[in-house]
Design a protein around this ligand. Structure first.
Ligand code: NAI
Ligand code: MG
Length: 498
């Protein structure tokens, strides 16, 4: 295997890591599956097996839940002060940074994304999730209330950790999604069982080793690898789990909700999207064009908040579509490990089949292929960055989440914001929406009209300080910000008659 990476040490660590069959982290120890089963992990750039992971099932989930419960109720974790928890989270963030080379390489080999993207976004972004949430650990408080009834009262709330939490994450940002859930859960004082995606278990397992190195007490973080239908389902229906936080498909989000009814565990869902990007005629096209392109081609389009539906005013439509297509054609497509690669393969055989299915459906439905439209004739799961124009709202490429580098573009001619927002809102999803205009009035009026959890004006991007989540079938609840950490807590009211 050819592994170009900046440091020799990082390369060696990653190679050693891949050579050893991986196990589950349960109660502070690395253990094989109860069944003894393993499954292969593939490199999407060439379809070759790069590692073996343990195939967890209900029996392994049972052990992990028991460990997390014991660590939550007893032992050092519940006795630690919020500031001691914060210190551990900071130490973990520093450990991630110290191992950035190696983690980035593992992420690239596992997921396919360009090494420079893993190195610049995924790995430092994961460290930042721990730092940001470390700050919340010391700021989660209850309130005191003034009584509404006569007499002498002392009334207050306690904000307590929700308990044992199952974290089920997808493969598009493997380490970052794990960090995104683990960091606030730990800051709040919960204990966790992480179930990484079966396509990309590696960096989560390396994170588990770092968690041990920096000194988290045993059982606070447990990691069970395996498939969704078995390990994931066992975790979501487990009566000993108090909450599930899930990121993935809307379809599985609904299954998790059903599984949660047994013990009415709390559920946070961050699901799919079909986010509109609306370009008004006064937009700064020099900025809007690369933003529209990055919004759909970044991470090979495997982004829940991808701006996959482009609506541009007819006066700027041609220029925009041509600009985005040019951008697509300039992207250097190749294995993520090559230093100049901008655009890597899709994650799996399943995803390449799904995306090429949509490429065919779009062409069959009569959408115009401006650029791309095909799978690349080479090993690995490579598809061309694609722009479809002249799309209409009944096409599946406009209605359904593709989760690949496929943009559907159409124009609008009227200036009626009601009409424009109605088109943007004509979707079962509501994760994000993007607007490009210089007109403040239009920007803020549209921000109110769009049914989406996040509206970005003249930018593409998120921030940890801002809540993130979906309207409609894009999810339940919010991640990031104060809301994101409070979702791992319960409120207890205390009423004292004085
Ligand atoms: P998925 O929703 O099946 O997988 C996400 C996670 O859920 C994985 O860890 C998986 O093992 C687990 N899972 C699967 N079935 C489960 C079950 N019955 N119970 C509990 N956990 C389960 O997503 P998949 O199949 O990998 O991708 C299909 C589509 O889902 C994508 O094309 C995309 O449209 C969407 N997706 C959305 C993501 C997002 O960020 N919102 C991330 C990944 C996929
Ligand atoms: Mg699935």
């Amino acid at each position: 295997m050819n592994i170009p990476v900046t440091s020799v040490e990082g390369k060696k660590l990653a190679t050693d890591f891949l050579a050893t069959p991986r196990k589950h982290l349960i109660n502070g120890k690395w253990v094989a599956s109860q069944s003894g089963k393993t499954f292969p992990v593939y490199n999407p750039a060439d379809g070759q097996v790069i590692a073996q992971a343990a195939e967890g099932d209900k029996a392994d989930i049972d052990l992990a839940v028991a460990a997390a419960r014991a660590a939550f109720e007893r032992g050092p974790w519940p006795k630690m002060t919020p500031s001691q928890r914060a210190k551990l989270l900071w130490k973990l963030a520093d450990a991630i940074d110290a191992h950035a080379d190696e983690l980035a390489l593992l992420e690239t080999l596992d997921n396919g994304k360009p090494l420079k993207l893993a190195r610049m976004a995924d790995i430092p972004g994961s460290a930042e999730k721990f730092r940001y949430n470390a700050g919340w650990a010391t700021k989660l408080n209850g309130e005191t209330m003034s009584a509404n009834k006569p007499g002498d009262w002392h009334m207050y709330t306690l904000r307590e950790p929700v308990g044992v939490v199952g974290l089920i994450v997808p493969w598009n940002f493997p380490l970052m999604m794990a960090a995104n859930k683990m960091a606030p859960a730990l800051a709040a004082g919960c204990t966790v069982i992480l179930k990484p995606a079966e396509q990309t278990p590696l960096t989560a397992l390396r994170l588990g080793e770092l968690i041990q190195e920096v000194g988290f007490p045993e059982g606070v973080v447990n990691i069970v690898t395996g498939f969704g239908e078995t390990a994931g389902a066992a975790l979501s229906e487990h009566p000993g789990v108090d909450k599930i936080s899930f990121t993935g498909s809307t379809e599985v989000g609904k299954l998790i909700l059903k599984a949660a009814t047994g013990n009415l565990k709390r559920v946070t869902l961050e699901l799919g999207g079909k986010s509109p990007i609306i370009i008004f005629p006064d937009a700064d096209l020099d900025r809007a064009i690369p933003a529209a392109a990055n919004g759909i081609f970044f991470n090979s389009g495997q982004v829940c908040a991808a701006s996959s539906r482009l609506y541009a005013h007819k006066d700027v439509f041609d220029k925009l579509v041509e600009g985005v297509a040019k951008h697509a054609e300039k992207l250097k497509v190749g294995p993520g490990t090559e230093p100049d690669t901008d655009f890597g393969p899709l994650v799996s055989q399943e995803q390449i089949e799904r995306v090429t299915g949509y490429l065919k459906a779009g062409a069959d439905a009569g959408a115009r292929v401006v650029t791309g439209g095909k799978r690349l004739d080479r090993e690995g799961y490579f598809v061309q960055p694609t722009v479809f124009a002249d799309t209409s709202h009944d096409m599946s490429i406009v209605r359904e989440e593709i989760f690949g580098p496929v943009l559907s573009a159409s124009s609008f001619s009227d200036d009626d914001l009601e009409q424009i927002s109605a088109k943007a809102n004509d979707t079962t999803y509501g994760l994000s929406a993007y607007l490009w205009t210089q007109n403040l009035g239009i920007a803020h009026k549209m921000a109110k009209k769009l049914k989406a959890g996040t509206v970005c004006v003249n930018t593409f991007g998120l921030d940890l300080a801002v809540p993130f989540g979906g309207y409609k079938q894009s999810g339940w609840g919010r991640e990031n910000a104060r809301e994101g950490v409070e979702t791992y807590t319960e409120i207890k009211s205390v009423i004292v008659g004085l």
